[in-house]
Design a protein around this ligand. Structure first.
Ligand SMILES: Nc1nc2c(ncn2[C@@H]2O[C@H](COP(=O)(O)OP(=O)(O)OP(=O)(O)O)[C@@H](O)[C@H]2O)c(=O)[nH]1
Length: 376
């Protein structure tokens, strides 16, 4: 595979692309990317779609939130952005391509803090260029939290600048004037942007998939530049490979505090516009009252995004918790596997130790009522 002959570049550009079509879903934290992914997986009938998800934060919550239709396959790539773009992304795509069953489509969901350009360039500037066809980059924008997207984050800017289709989502939460204003602002970043307004990322799929909107020649200069960088980066990457795989291993096996520190540290070296994540996982239930207290009194303003799979002592249900900006939701669901609490908090200048302590205090203390749900 490694030694595939690279065709002369001009030829490659003229030749019709036959490879697996790829759509990249990008968009800021909590904008509705997983919601869009689920919409695609549920409605893309008759097509076998592979999904690659990269998540910010060391606990993979998204894998619990992605619909499984039986038809599709999901590969997860949680953790560091730097672990995933370039080499790791190439490896993950190879894993997908090497599967026996024939695939019709690949959807890649990036983290909310990722610049989509390196992800796109991974498909254009490596040997994947001959095996895949980058169809489009879809950018999901949270209409209710747009000012932070646009003004404080380089990644958010890049997401809009490189989006072939911009989906202004959560239009149910704002009025028409706000939507118009947002469209204008997006237009200033990207002239002639193709903008769609949605609620719950419900967009007609023919408008976003197999649209062939991505024009690789627009990126050709960047690809060339990137190829140079890429080699340098490869070097570093290999040097650090050992660390990275250790980090991947840890993701699944340990969830103690030291581990949190380790990962926290790990994500620190990334330039994620100052965003870091704190993850907490425990196989004990929370007390609703205590968690409510945490939300009402301790959840600081600098936490922009949180998501959790919640287990409360008082409830037999599995609860899905989301916080985006100032708004939070808690939806009921059914437990499929072992009950546990998993929560990821993402924000700027997080006091990790304090947050972990506060979450620890939400654990329900043993009482006579504990365990009564067993066997239900
Ligand atoms: N009111 C409203 N809520 C929405 C809409 N779309 C998504 N949500 C909610 O917003 C929250 C975040 O949605 P996700 O799809 O998980 O967002 P995401 O972009 O995948 O989030 P990250 O991967 O963490 O960056 C969830 O609680 C969704 O149910 C919408 O159009 N309106």
């Amino acid at each position: 595979m490694q030694s595939a002959v690279t065709p002369d570049q001009s030829q490659a550009m003229d030749a019709p692309k036959q490879g697996l079509p790829v759509t990249i879903i990008t968009g800021f934290l909590g904008s509705g990317k997983t919601t869009l992914l689920n919409h695609i997986l549920t409605n893309q009938q008759g097509l076998k779609t592979a999904v690659l998800v990269n998540e910010f934060g060391e606990i993979g919550i998204d894998n619990e939130l992605i619909v499984s239709t039986g038809e599709n396959m999901v590969e997860l790539n949680n953790g560091c952005i730097c672990c995933t773009i370039n080499n790791d992304l190439v490896d993950a795509v190879y894993k997908v391509l090497e599967r026996e069953e024939k695939l019709d489509y690949l959807v890649v969901e990036t983290t909310g803090l990722a610049d989509p350009l390196p992800v796109a360039l991974t498909f254009l500037g490596t040997e994947l260029r001959d095996l895949t066809r980058l169809d489009s980059i879809i950018t999901v924008v949270d209409a209710a939290n747009y000012s932070l997207d646009l003004f404080n984050s380089q990644a958010a800017y890049s997401q809009i600048a490189y989006g072939d289709v911009i989906v202004i989502n959560k239009s149910d939460l704002v009025d028409e004037a706000t939507l118009n204003e947002l469209e204008k602002k997006i237009g200033e970043v990207k002239e002639g942007a193709r903008i769609l307004r949605t609620t719950r990322s419900q967009v007609p799929l023919p408008l976003i998939l197999s649209v062939g909107l991505f024009e690789s020649d627009k990126y050709f200069d960047t690809v060339d530049e990137h190829n140079h960088d890429h080699h340098d980066h490869d070097h570093d990457h290999h040097d650090h490979d050992h660390d990275h795989s250790t980090c991947g291993h840890d993701h699944h096996d340990h969830h103690d505090h030291h581990d949190h520190e380790h990962h926290h540290h790990h994500s620190d070296h990334l330039e994620n516009d100052g965003f870091t994540s704190v993850s907490f996982q425990i196989d004990k239930p929370f007390s609703i009252r205590k968690f409510q207290y945490f939300l009402d009194n301790q959840l600081s303003e600098n936490i922009f995004r949180a998501k959790g799979i919640m287990w409360f002592d008082e409830s037999p249900k599995r609860h899905i918790f989301h916080l985006c900006g100032k708004r939070f939701t808690m939806d009921d669901d059914e437990w499929k596997g072992e009950k546990k609490n998993q929560i990821v908090l993402i924000g700027q200048n997080l006091d990790q130790n304090q947050l972990l302590e506060q979450l620890e205090k939400c654990i329900c203390l043993p009482s006579t009522s504990r365990g009564k749900g067993f066997g239900k």
